[in-house]
Design a protein around this ligand. Structure first.
Ligand SMILES: [Zn+2]
Length: 580
């Protein structure tokens, strides 16, 4: 039986300590852990003995004293005798007992930069290559094996903490829950060099488990801590507190499949029946189209698709992407097409604001446009300038009644539905010329042509007067009498009312709005509204109504901002219609 003197001091007490203990004053260096450790080796008790974890230091030392008094030291378990014999005595001297329990411990994650570089080689050096006192290698393959790694991988290493030491060492501690027991946690402690060629060398390791006695403990919990450190150094993060239920199940891992992409026509979708030979001839995919709609010439189909797109929107990104064709951009177009889809509503609003600002014209530009668009519907520029504004003839349309759909009004204002000229319209243009001629003859004046006139103060209203006479305008309206007198026809259409003073223009009719907007844009103070069946004329002299206009303009602007400018910016309704 070995004497107390030949036992490692780390686990046992020196004579001096014993005297101090017996005298009732527990020395500082006898930590609770050491007292517990000592108690754990009483013969015939459980590994952790009755040293309850919540016992105070005084309670523990009291218990130790009673055992020393009863000479329990002489009844070591076999295990302890063995380890006492195999561990050389001088390992316990000054080298490794300085694990600082009361140091400044911080969580490993908060002290990323304090962790020395630590790799698998350091683990191998410690567990396997390290020379014990008898000059034999430690060769503890078992405790760095998959068991230790499994402990770490399944989250048994928790609450990793680090403390720096003055003498360029770092100390690391953690809790390791044992593999099987749930209500137990081992304290694992480890010190390593933090500088020079020895960086990462483990200088001290201990674990509270039976196999992990310091200072050079070698158990799977220490191994697991090493793996945790190794990963932390590589990834700078820990997998603490990962329990087995917080991850995916690990017992049925599907194999990784490596598949090459395949055409959908080559994939066999047929149902496989167990124990029956697979059919060799794979059934071709069912084409749901009617035979008349099928077209197997994909080149031709693509060509047709491109043609369709081109007809509708040659500038669209999709077309440019798949067509080799070079597209000429329409130089007259005032608003450049959208090059890419806007990312957000804010972007659309921003662009709308920009566009509205750009529609504002200088006085010179305004005059140039009016001159350049004199041919009206026979010139492209007229369409381009009109396209982005509210024209006189649509003025009343922009004033929404509560029940009317803004989308419908907007479609009309932007002329989405009237891209062709009906027979009636062609006739109307011809008749217009004739009516102007009649007017000229009747009043003995010269009506000159005008183009598209944009308001000087607002970018969005514009108007195309049918003609200009000195300081005034002429607006022509062809009337179809269909069996009525001209007067009756005009009144029936609501253009004017018959009063005792003669015919008076109806301020609620869209022609009145149109005429007022003409005067807003041109700054003329009156307009002759000429209604005619191309034989006789009814001339209604309309004066500019400033009160009416000051009421009208804000409403137009509101509609423009809320609907037109957004649609111009991002033609949602336009493209929706094309899809129908
Ligand atoms: Zn251990």
């Amino acid at each position: 039986m070995p004497s107390a003197k030949s036992l490692p001091e780390a686990a046992f007490f020196s004579a001096e300590e014993k005297v101090q203990l017996l005298s009732g004053s527990c020395p500082r260096n006898l930590s609770k852990e050491r007292l517990k450790e000592w108690l754990s080796f009483r013969k015939g008790t459980a590994k952790d003995g009755s040293a309850r974890s919540e016992a105070t230091k005084a309670e523990l030392s009291q218990r130790v004293i009673s055992y020393i008094k009863n000479s329990w030291e002489n009844n070591f378990t076999e295990k302890w005798q063995h380890s006492a014999a195999s561990k050389p005595e001088d390992q316990t001297t000054t080298v490794n007992c300085d694990f600082p329990e009361s140091a400044q411990w911080v969580s490993l994650v908060d002290a990323k930069d304090d962790v020395p570089s630590f790799n698998i080689q350091n683990i191998v050096s410690y567990f396997i290559e390290r020379k014990a006192k008898d000059n034999e290698s430690n060769k503890d393959y078992k405790n760095v094996s998959s068991k230790a790694f499994g402990l770490f991988r399944h989250g048994h290493i928790q609450k990793l903490e680090i403390a720096r030491d003055d003498d360029e060492k770092v100390h690391i501690r953690c809790n390791s829950s044992p593999e099987m027991k749930k209500n137990l946690k081992y304290n694992v402690k480890l010190s390593m060099c933090n500088n020079g060629g020895h960086e990462g060398n483990i200088t001290f390791a201990s674990c509270a488990c039976p196999a992990g006695k310091g200072p050079s403990g070698s158990c799977k919990h220490i191994g697991a801590l090493c793996y945790a450190l190794e990963e932390f150094v590589r990834l700078k993060c820990t997998r603490e507190f990962e329990t087995c239920t917080s991850g995916l199940q690990r017992w049925n891992q599907p194999r990784k499949r490596k598949l090459d992409s395949q055409s959908v026509y080559e994939i066999d979708f047929s149902k496989k029946i167990y124990r029956r030979e697979g059919r060799n001839n794979v059934k071709p995919l069912n084409d749901p189209r009617r035979p008349s709609e099928m077209n197997n010439d994909s080149k031709k189909v693509n060509r047709e698709l491109l043609d369709k797109i081109k007809r509708v929107k040659p500038n669209c990104g999709f077309f440019r992407l798949i067509s080799d064709e070079k597209i000429e951009q329409n130089k007259n177009e005032i608003i450049s097409p959208i090059k890419e889809l806007p990312v957000s509503l804010t972007e659309i609003f921003d662009r709308a604001k920009r566009i509205k600002r750009n529609l504002m014209v200088t006085d010179q530009e305004r005059q140039n446009i009016a001159l350049a668009t004199k041919a009206q519907s026979n010139c492209q520029a007229w369409f381009e300038h009109r396209r982005v504004r509210i024209t006189g003839s649509q003025s009343k349309r922009a004033l929404l009644k509560r029940s009317s759909s803004p989308t419908k009004a907007m479609k009309e204002i932007l002329h989405y539905n009237s891209q062709y000229q009906s027979h009636k319209m062609k006739q109307g243009l011809k008749d217009e010329k004739k009516i102007i001629w009649l007017y000229e003859n009747k009043l003995d004046c010269k009506v000159s042509e005008t183009g598209f006139v944009i308001s000087q103060c607002y970018p969005f209203p514009g108007a195309s007067p049918d003609g200009e006479v000195h300081r005034g305008l002429v607006g022509i309206k062809r009337i179809f009498t269909v069996g009525l007198s001209r007067k009756e026809a005009v009144c029936k259409r609501g253009i004017s009312r018959d009063t005792s003073h003669g015919l008076v223009v109806n301020k609620n009719h869209k022609l009145y709005y149109q005429v007022q907007q003409l005067m807003l844009c041109t700054k003329s103070s009156w307009t002759d509204l000429v209604l005619s069946d191309t034989v006789y004329l009814i001339i209604l002299h309309v004066k500019k109504n400033n009160k009416f206009l000051s009421d009208l303009v804000p409403k137009l602007e509101k509609f423009y901002d809320n609907h037109i400018s957004l649609e111009i910016t991002y033609p949602r309704v336009f493209f929706m219609d094309l899809l129908d």
